[in-house]
Write a protein that binds this ligand. Structure first.
Ligand SMILES: [Fe+2]
Ligand SMILES: [Fe+2]
Length: 260
């Protein structure tokens, strides 16, 4: 089993504490867990951008991300949204890139690497229930099994499975206490997922999720981007403009702040 380095543990602990300071009464367990994940992602971004842009410029760019081409492909979304580094270029310590790279290095099947490379894309639509948002975003564009696995990784991350060497995240014990009980819907979804034929794919996402928070990571992103492109059906009109039932998800990523 992998052991977290003390540097990475400190990074995760500090992000957890910062997120906990902003918890509000009534937040559910999974909302808190998502807030911690979001804080980690924000800190990865800042770690990569530090020394480059000032804080004000960074926040401005997060609010108004770079313009997309008229017919955007999945490559454009990877480069300009999911893996985008404030100031330009690829965020090489991106959590999704790190998890895909772990899967690639551990020789997981191609569909698992692609699932890891996109597993938190739903967060760019909405933070809570990000697995469900991600699956709706990707439906029709990647293999059904990948869509399904991304949906259920959200609930499975709260439940250990010794058969797969997946332990309940240490950070959750620290943040929420020893006897915290995940929401009932998460438990039901995890139970359903465990009996499904595609369970291993969703479980593999959670396995590669846990260790993908190294702020110093510099991932060789080209092979991962290529893999995603190879497994993705980009429409000729461009994502967001093919009149699919979920085209509006992609348009919301193109223009996150548009009022029309
Ligand atoms: Fe996730
Ligand atoms: Fe994740």
């Amino acid at each position: 089993m992998k052991i977290l380095s003390s540097k990475r543990r400190d990074f995760m602990r500090n992000a957890g504490l910062a997120a906990a300071a902003a918890f509000t009464p009534g937040m559910t367990f999974s909302q808190k867990a998502d807030a911690v994940e979001e804080e980690l992602e924000k800190r990865l971004q800042l770690a990569q951008a530090s020394g480059g842009m000032g804080a004000a410029a960074q926040s401005a760019e997060i609010l108004a991300p770079p313009a997309m081409p008229a017919k955007p492909t999945i490559e454009d979304f990877l480069r300009l949204r999911f893996y985008y580094a404030p100031g330009g270029g690829i965020k090489q310590n991106s959590h999704m890139l790190q998890s895909a790279n772990l899967a690639l290095e551990a020789d997981y099947p191609e569909n698992v690497v692609v699932a890891c490379a996109l597993h938190d894309s739903g967060m760019y639509i909405r933070r809570s229930d990000h697995g469900h948002w991600g699956s709706e975003l990707l439906e029709g564009y990647v293999d059904e099994e990948i869509v399904w696995a991304i949906k259920y990784h959200q609930s499975l991350r709260f439940f250990a499975d010794p058969d797969y060497n997946y332990t309940y995240p240490e950070m959750y014990v620290r943040m929420f206490g020893e006897d915290y009980v995940p929401d009932e819907y998460q438990r039901q979804h995890a139970e359903y997922a465990k009996k499904h034929k595609w369970y291993p794919t969703a479980r593999f996402i959670t396995l590669n999720d846990l260790y993908a928070w190294d702020k110093d990571a510099r991932i060789d992103f080209e092979p991962i981007i290529e893999l995603v492109m190879r497994n993705f059906k980009t429409p000729k009109e461009g994502l967001g403009f093919d009149n699919s039932h979920n085209a509006h998800f992609w348009r919301s990523l193109i223009w996150p702040n548009r009022r029309v």
